[in-house]
Every structure is written in structure tokens, then in C-alpha cells.
Design a protein. Structure first.
Ligand code: AMP
Ligand code: GLY
Length: 430
């Protein structure tokens, strides 16, 4: 079969790589892809934008694509699945209606309330004055969120009231464009974050191994939010018992309530969770797609052929699939970013040492890279995701860092503490 993957990040490189592990997958086309997907055998890039639905449909129809896998949220929220389904194509990724679970935080909150899914207490506002007076009455810490998609920049965890007010003013002042027309203000949850990505065909749900991301740029989770600076899986924070509760209290009610609204949700339902100090899972947010960099840590451990699973979701026959099987051990992914990210950074720096990292057994997933006359150069904020599998969590982390140390480009930056929460929890326990 031939598969088309929409997107250009580390997540899409990992998806393409995993799909190509299967002898059944003849070719993967990435739209637009990156330097890593351009370099893989049986993989090609197609220079179209992710929102060029007509161009993607034309290519897929002419080239006999059996499955389109959509990586990012923006085309999903804009209705790529509805459009491609309308052309007779098979798509993994929810329709526009389903993608609202990520594209509107107010909509997602209403769904959670209706489904009785545990989440932070919240209120929604369409004007500044009322929002500010609510924030004042609630006090700090408090979380201010622009309703719509804001590329991970729409959330402020305010520790001081003037910070909360500034965030509210910025959102209503058009700082996030349309995304800030509504503002959600919610209770600040405490605890440990975890990401549970579940495959679903709209009826059956199959969670993947639980992962933990590292959203902040700085070590010890300090500094501004990023797309994600590293991940590992499975995270011991989500025990098998907790996973069962997440399935029963969060994933199943979410899908049942989507069904009630006649939303046939086929794709990834990603629950961003806070595990409270009492050990209860609460939803911070839902996403309508694979996480990045969680995918780069989770997929290398998956043994079940990915194309079978994604096709089964798209064709609503996930219940017929045998249980997912996983490699034993753990995987860790360390993201290498361009210095300055998530602020401004330079592009075009030559990258060296990837071969050495791969020779050690690491998987180097590309994000912001480009092949220029056969030379690999940086082309984005998050540049590479270096993944290693180990028999134990410690081994995976150590091997990922050993591989990172092989790689070089000007001003490269990475967090040196990926996985620190596990080490902290362990030393607290002993
Ligand atoms: P989001 O853009 O929704 O992923 O939020 C970004 C980050 O903000 C999350 O990963 C959390 O670290 C933090 N956050 C969002 N909502 C809350 C909340 N209600 N309580 C505490 N932290 C939150
Ligand atoms: N890693 C966070 C996200 O994909 O949203």
C-alpha cells in the first residue's frame, strides 16, 4: 500500500519511519516533509502546503494512495478529513467537527462537563471586563487560555494577578487573532503531567503507552512553553491501574459524548493529563492528533504494524484488531532545538554527526531540517528528536544523551534533564 503523511515535524518523520517498517507499505509520501523524510528509502517529499486540500487530493487520487495520515491540528481543524473523505479517500484523523476538541477550548470544556470528565473548574468569557473581574475574584494562581489554536502560545499559567490581567487583555486585544475572541479562565491544577494518546475509530478505543512530555524550554520546567523538548514512554507515573481509570473516566466518556453529538471521531484522541497529588487523573486539554515529541518516544516501542491500526481506525474496524503489542523496556526522546527557540533563532546551520548517533543505535527524527544540495541544514526551532530504546528507563535516557552528544550544529540547545521527574519521584520514595 501507499500512504501519504501530512506534516513536516518530528512526529511525521516518526510516523513515516514506523509505517515503512512494514513490508506491506510500499511507499510513503510526506507533504511537505523535511530533510529526514527526504532521506529515507521508499519515502518522498511533496512540496505542497498542509492546507492545500485540493493539491493533496489530486496527488492521492492519481497515485493510488490507500491511506492519508494527518499529523498537525491546523489542517484537521480546517476540515482536511471532510474534504478528502468527500473525494473518496481514506483518512486517519478526525473531521472538522471532531477537531473542535482541540481547536476550541471552550467547546472541549463543555464536552467534558457534559461527559462528567474530571478537569479544572473553568469559566468562558467573550469580553475583557468580566474576565478580569472573574480572575480577580478567583485569585492566583490561575490559568488564562485563548479559546482557539495558538500554536501552543495561547496559555498563561499566571502566578500574579497582573500577569493574568495582561494575558486577558492581550487575548481580547487580538494578540492571538481569532483564537482569542473567547477566553477560558480555569483553576490551576497541581501534580505531574502525562500524555495518553489513544487510537480510536469513533467506537473502540486503544490507548498507546502513556508518555511524558517536557513543555518548558528550561531545565526543571522553567521559562516559556515550547512545542515540547523531550519525552519518554512508558511513564511510570501512569500505572496500569491509573490507565484503566483514564480509559473509564476520560477516554470512554469523551467518545460516547462525541457519538451523542453524531461526531464520528476517527484518529488520535490525545488526553493531556494532570495526575494530582491525590493520584487522580484530570484533563488539562484534549488534542485531536498525535503528540510531538511523544510520538517519537511511543512509536519505536510499538510492535503491531502501524498501517493496520491506522487503517482500522479510518475504516471503523478497530474492534477486530488483536491487542496492541509493545517491545519491553522504555524509549526516550531528547529534542535538539536551535538556540533562541521558542523566540527567534537562525536557520541554515549545517548539521553534523547524525550518522554517528545512528551508528550507536539511536533513531534521529528530523523536525526543522532541510536537505540543501545534499547537505543537511537547520530549518526550524525544534530541529531533531533523538530517540533511544533501552531495557530500562535509565538506559534509554543515557543512550539518548550519548547519541545527542554525537550531533553538532551552531548554537544547538537541548534540555539536559529529560526524565528528571522519574528520578525525583524515585529518590523521594527511597
Ligand atoms: P496547553 O497549551 O493547553 O497544552 O497548555 C500548556 C501547558 O500549560 C500545559 O502543558 C500545562 O503545563 C499548563 N496548563 C494548562 N492548563 C493548566 C491548568 N489548568 N493547571 C495547570 N497547568 C495548566
Ligand atoms: N507535545 C505536546 C503536543 O503535542 O501538543
Amino acid at each position: 500500500m501507499k500512504v501519504l503523511v501530512v506534516g513536516s515535524g518530528g512526529r511525521e518523520h516518526a510516523l513515516a519511519w514506523k509505517l515503512l517498517q512494514s513490508p506491506k507499505v510500499q511507499q510513503v509520501t510526506c507533504v511537505p516533509g523535511n530533510g529526514g523524510t527526504a532521506s529515507m528509502k521508499r519515502c518522498q517529499n511533496l512540496a505542497l502546503g498542509v492546507n492545500d486540500f485540493e493539491g493533496i487530493a489530486r496527488f492521492a487520487l492519481v497515485n493510488g494512495i490507500s491511506l492519508v495520515v494527518v499529523g498537525p491540528e491546523v489542517p484537521l481543524a480546517a476540515g482536511i478529513t471532510d474534504f478528502l473523505n468527500g473525494q473518496g479517500l481514506t483518512v486517519f484523523g478526525p473531521t472538522r467537527a471532531g477537531a473542535q476538541i482541540e481547536a476550541s477550548k471552550a467547546w472541549a470544556k463543555a464536552l467534558m462537563l457534559e461527559a462528567r470528565i474530571p478537569t479544572a473548574r473553568a469559566a468562558v468569557f467573550n469580553e475583557e471586563k468580566a474576565a478580569i473581574s472573574y480572575a480577580r475574584s478567583e485569585g492566583v494562581p490561575i490559568v488564562v487560555k485563548a479559546d482557539g489554536l495558538a500554536a501552543g502560545k495561547g496559555v498563561t499559567v499566571a502566578l500574579a494577578l497582573d500577569e493574568a490581567e495582561a494575558a486577558i487583555t492581550a487575548a481580547f486585544g487580538g494578540h492571538f487573532g481569532e483564537a482569542g475572541k473567547l477566553v477560558v479562565i480555569e483553576e490551576c491544577l497541581r501534580g505531574q503531567e502525562a500524555s495518553v494518546l489513544a487510537l480510536t475509530d469513533g467506537v473502540t478505543i486503544r490507548p498507546l503507552l502513556p508518555a511524558q512530555d517536557h513543555k518548558r524550554i528550561g531545565e526543571g520546567d522553567t521559562g516559556p512553553n515550547t512545542g515540547g523538548m523531550g519525552a519518554y514512554a512508558p511513564t511510570p507515573i501512569v500505572t496500569p491501574e491509573l490507565m484503566q481509570r483514564i480509559q473509564a473516566e476520560i477516554l470512554e466518556p469523551a467518545i460516547a459524548t462525541l457519538q451523542k453529538h453524531r461526531i464520528d471521531y476517527r484518529g488520535v484522541l490525545y488526553a493531556g493529563l494532570m495526575i494530582t497529588p491525590q493520584g487522580d487523573p484530570k484533563v488539562i486539554e484534549f488534542n485531536c492528533r498525535f503528540g510531538d515529541p511523544e510520538t517519537q518516544a511511543v512509536l519505536p516501542l510499538l510492535e503491531t504494524p502501524l498501517e493496520d491500526l491506522l487503517l482500522a481506525c479510518a475504516q471503523q474496524r478497530l474492534a477486530d484488531m488483536p491487542p496492541l503489542t509493545w517491545k519491553p523496556g522504555a524509549a526516550a526522546c531528547v529534542v535538539i532545538a536551535a538556540g533562541g527557540y521558542p523566540g527567534s533563532f537562525k536557520k541554515g546551520s549545517p548539521i553534523t554527526g547524525i550518522d554517528n548517533a545512528e551508528a550507536q543505535g539511536a533513531l534521529v527524527f528530523h523536525a526543522g531540517t532541510q536537505l540543501k544540495q545534499q547537505n543537511l541544514v537547520t530549518d526550524g526551532g525544534r530541529v531533531l528528536g533523538v530517540t533511544a530504546i533501552g531495557e530500562t528507563f535509565d538506559e534509554a535516557i543515557a543512550q539518548a544523551y550519548a547519541a545527542v552528544h554525537c550531533i553538532h550544529f551552531d548554537d544547538m540547545y537541548y534540555r539536559r534533564d529529560i526524565g528528571y521527574q522519574v528520578k525525583t519521584a524515585r529518590s523521594n520514595a527511597s
